[in-house]
Write a protein that binds this ligand. Structure first.
Ligand SMILES: [Zn+2]
Length: 118
């Protein structure tokens, strides 16, 4: 049910930014370390977005690779699974450079309909 809470967070953010405009597409950046399953996220996004301005919006998911950097020798590498030791010098003093992203990168909204009053 992890993807359900991630979907709720995305929809909350988008609804706030859309300010009442209908949303047609949402682009999200998800770090590998978040371990979000894309098909599952798409499913919950559709569910959570019902009856909001996001209903029917396309969800574009960009998965950001997880990268670590060693504080000792500045070596940086990508990981599939958390592995917190530098392969170059074996130091455990490493920092996560990327992979923890969970952000709405952009949204597309429909142009507000013009109300012609005379
Ligand atoms: Zn190192």
């Amino acid at each position: 049910m992890h993807e359900l809470s991630v979907s709720s967070a995305i929809v909350d953010t988008v609804v706030r930014h859309a300010a009442g405009r209908r949303v047609t597409a949402v682009e999200v950046r998800l770090g590998r370390l978040r371990q979000v399953v894309p098909t599952s996220l798409a499913f919950y996004f559709e569910l959570v977005s019902r009856e909001t301005v996001c209903e029917g919006a396309r969800l574009d998911q960009e998965v950001v690779p997880a990268r670590l950097r060693c504080s000792e020798c500045a070596h940086a590498w990508e990981i599939d699974m958390p592995h917190f030791r530098c392969p170059e010098c074996e130091s455990a003093d490493v920092n996560v450079e990327s992979g923890e992203e969970l952000e709405v990168a952009s949204i597309e909204v429909e142009e507000a309909e013009c109300t012609v009053s005379r």
